[in-house]
Design a binder for this molecule. Structure first.
Ligand code: ATR
Length: 301
């Protein structure tokens, strides 16, 4: 497990680098962030590609994201990743927001440049790559149902689906009120996509699943021991593609039920991998970190 640094450690190079051969020049910030798998995937790629940099974890309290960025920039960092709950605060702190981050309303990757902070979002594009890698079809070919569309991850994936122009998108959430404004925004963003909203207890849920080709779980249901599946088994069938954004455990109750029903399944490891590859390429264009990151993740998770 790589060491955990604090906001105060960002005050000096000595604090960050004492006892280490390579200088810290990349980081993931979050709160909490101790659990992050990002160092375990970025560091092996940096090492394999001969880049003289360490990738560290920094716990930054809410309200301090902009200051954390200026400290990192002053220390000569190349960039950083941003995780929960800082992706919105990060967007507000950027000088240049790239189009995908603007559409998704969140930033998960920063590049420090002489003209300021550049903010990107690789979660949405990473999801596009994960789906085409795992199910061998472009995301735009799927009629999609998102379980948990009102959460942070769910909204980002729903937005990416609308940007890709999926034919239909069913947004499902426990708290239905969260879906109204999102659905409006998505209809404006992707006019070719037919957007509908449902709660988990809507009698239409099963019929909606039957019309879908891809079901994505973005709820936190399945993370904890003893959790069930967020969707009733009657929603699953042979040939359906089921993607769970959870990757620990690797087989959630949803994926176990989907396997039993003969669905094709995949978990969030591919999303973690591809968002990481795309972030790395924002810092080091022309590199191909994918094989090193893939191998590291398969070993560590
Ligand atoms: P974040 O917003 O950071 O992605 P979150 O607040 O934990 O994370 O929400 C993740 C999603 O899991 C939400 O869609 C949440 O539903 P609500 O919007 O109704 O809160 C969903 N979720 C969490 N626990 C759930 C449960 N027991 N059943 C159904 N959905 C659940």
């Amino acid at each position: 497990m790589s060491p955990l640094y604090t906001f105060d450690d960002l005050l000096s190079r000595e604090l960050l680098d004492a006892g280490h051969g390579k200088p810290a020049r990349l980081a993931v910030i979050g709160h909490p962030v101790a659990h992050s798998s990002s160092p375990g995937m970025h560091q092996p790629a940096l090492d394999a590609l001969g880049i003289d940099a360490r990738y560290i974890k920094v716990d930054v309290p809410p309200g301090h994201v902009a200051e954390a960025f200026s400290r990192m920039k002053a220390l000569g960092f190349i960039g950083c990743n941003v995780t929960v709950p800082h992706k919105f605060e990060a967007l507000a702190a950027c000088d240049h927001i790239h189009p995908e981050a603007r559409s998704l309303g969140a930033v998960n990757t920063i590049r420090f440049e002489s003209d300021g902070l550049h903010g990107f979002n690789t979660d949405g594009p990473g999801f596009v790559r994960a789906i085409s890698d795992d199910f061998e079809l472009p995301l735009s070919a799927f009629n999609v149902l998102i379980a948990g569309a009102g959460g942070g991850a769910g909204q980002a994936i729903a937005t990416q689906c609308a940007l890709q122009g999926v034919p239909s998108l069913v947004l499902v959430n426990r708290t239905l009120e969260k879906l109204g404004p999102l659905a409006e925004r998505l209809r404006a963003l992707g006019p070719v996509t037919v957007v509908t909203v449902l709660s988990f207890d809507d009698p239409e849920l099963k019929a909606s699943c039957e019309r879908c080709d891809l079901v994505v779980n973005t709820t936190s249901v399945g993370l904890k021991r003893g959790d069930g599946s967020p969707l009733p088994d009657g929603c699953l069938r042979s040939g359906l593609c089921v993607y769970d954004t959870i990757y620990r455990p690797a087989v959630t109750p949803l994926l176990a039920a989907a396997n039993l029903a003969g669905s094709r399944t995949s978990n969030g490891l591919s999303l973690l991998l591809h968002q990481g590859v795309l972030a790395f390429q924002h810092w080091f264009p022309q590199t191909d970190p994918l094989p090193f990151m893939r191998a590291a993740l398969l070993h560590s998770v």
